[in-house]
Design a binder for this molecule. Structure first.
Ligand code: ADP
Ligand code: MG
Length: 369
């Protein structure tokens, strides 16, 4: 079981110096606005790959008046006690030390601590454009399958190239000669991507609808359907070779339209996830609470897949998930998420605190009270 046993922050965001020990199961992080709840979740997330989910610039993580920051944690993972130390300074590179050994780069700690994060911007997975859903799918599979990472970057490279061909061929007609070659290679790599995506989304669909039924407590049905030009109709369990043929066919049909419009109209870059609640698209019809619930169901389903795959539940970080949820759905989040360690941030409020059986941490201005 993966477990963050404690964390020690120095100069991190608004935490000058703070230490906390965490428990198994639910850890509730409570406080008023702008006290440091999200900052704490960010620090925990930082342990998973020395990256923030809010910024790309490490210097933003260093306290306004500080020159250095550090995040240190004792944790349990892959059957043993471990210790990770990350040091930041305003100028110069970050230093990462795992179990006393200095690491060259953030990639060297990948997989040591795994976390799944839910934050308010994840509502975009349900109500935003298709690119948000692909990002969700891609980053989840990337965590599980190193091969998918290289496949995806190869696909993106080829895709960029095709975009340039279609954009520039009017000035350089010679470019069109290689279009068919690129279409073929895109279909080949795309077929692999779609194969992984279809299999992952198939599992996602099963877990997410089960979890959604539990959270909503009554007959609310969440339906998740993976949609791709490489998959025909209902049959989602196909071989890469069949996907390849479908992609090639679709590309052929759209070849002229692509040349006329100068845009890529066919391929795995068009994949999407259909999200229905009670048979209607969540995007158009769902309430705020339903959107939040379905986004949460997706994240919890992702966690379930990771557990089956890795044998350990990743750490679950839920930032501001409780607002807009009715008491029954809150009750589910606070008590029914079982297995693994969970961190939930919420605004001060006796009612919420009374509802959980987990530990409660109060935060005021970057301090644990
Ligand atoms: N690098 C930093 N140094 C000091 N304070 C910071 C830094 N970055 C953010 N803050 C402060 O942290 C507070 C926000 O904390 P946050 O964890 O997002 O609040 P909340 O408890 O509402 O989730 C803000 O008041 C902000 O000014
Ligand atoms: Mg916050």
């Amino acid at each position: 079981m993966m477990l963050i046993k404690n964390i020690e922050l120095k100069g991190f965001r608004n935490y000058q110096e703070a230490k906390a020990q965490f428990g198994e199961g639910i850890n509730l992080i409570a406080g008023s606005n702008a006290q440091g709840k999200t900052n704490l979740l960010e620090a925990i997330y930082f342990l998973t790959g020395a990256k923030s989910f809010r910024t790309r610039r490490d210097s933003e993580l260093i306290g306004f008046k500080e020159e250095h920051a550090s995040v240190i944690s004792d944790f349990f993972s892959r059957g043993r006690e471990q210790r990770l130390e990350i040091y930041l300074k305003r100028k110069g590179r970050k230093r990462i030390v795992l179990n006393g050994v200095k690491k060259k780069s953030a990639a060297d700690i990948a997989g040591c601590i795994c976390a799944i994060l839910f934050c308010p911007s994840d509502l975009e997975i349900v109500r935003g454009p298709a690119s948000e859903r692909r990002k969700f799918i891609d980053s989840a599979i990337c965590q599980l399958r190193p091969k998918y990472v290289s496949c995806l970057s190869e696909f993106n490279r080829l895709y960029e190239h095709k975009v340039r061909i279609l954009r520039d061929f009017k000035e350089k007609p010679g470019l069109l000669k290689v279009l068919d070659d690129f279409n073929m290679r895109l279909a080949k790599t795309g077929a692999e991507l779609i194969y992984y995506r279809a299999s992952w989304c198939g599992k996602l669909s099963v877990y997410a609808s089960k979890i959604h039924r539990e959270i909503s407590g009554c007959g609310e049905e969440l339906e998740i359907i993976y949609k791709s030009y490489g998959i025909s109709g209902e049959n989602q369990s196909v071989k890469p070779s069949e996907i390849y043929s479908l992609l090639m066919e679709h590309q052929k049909e759209h070849r002229q339209a692509e040349i006329d419009s100068g845009m890529c109209l066919s391929g795995a870059q068009k994949d999407d996830l259909i999200i229905n609640i009670n048979s209607r698209p969540a995007k158009g019809y769902a309430s705020q609470g339903q959107i939040r619930t379905s986004a949460l169901s997706l994240k919890l389903a992702e966690r379930e897949i990771s557990f089956r795959d890795m044998g350990e539940y990743p750490i679950l970080l839920l930032d501001d998930v409780l607002s807009e949820l009715d008491p029954q759905r809150q009750e589910f989040v606070l008590n029914k998420i079982s297995g693994g360690q969970v961190f939930i941030s919420c605004c001060d409020g006796e009612e919420i605190e009374k509802k959980t059986g987990g530990r409660i941490y109060k935060i005021v201005a970057g301090r644990f009270i």
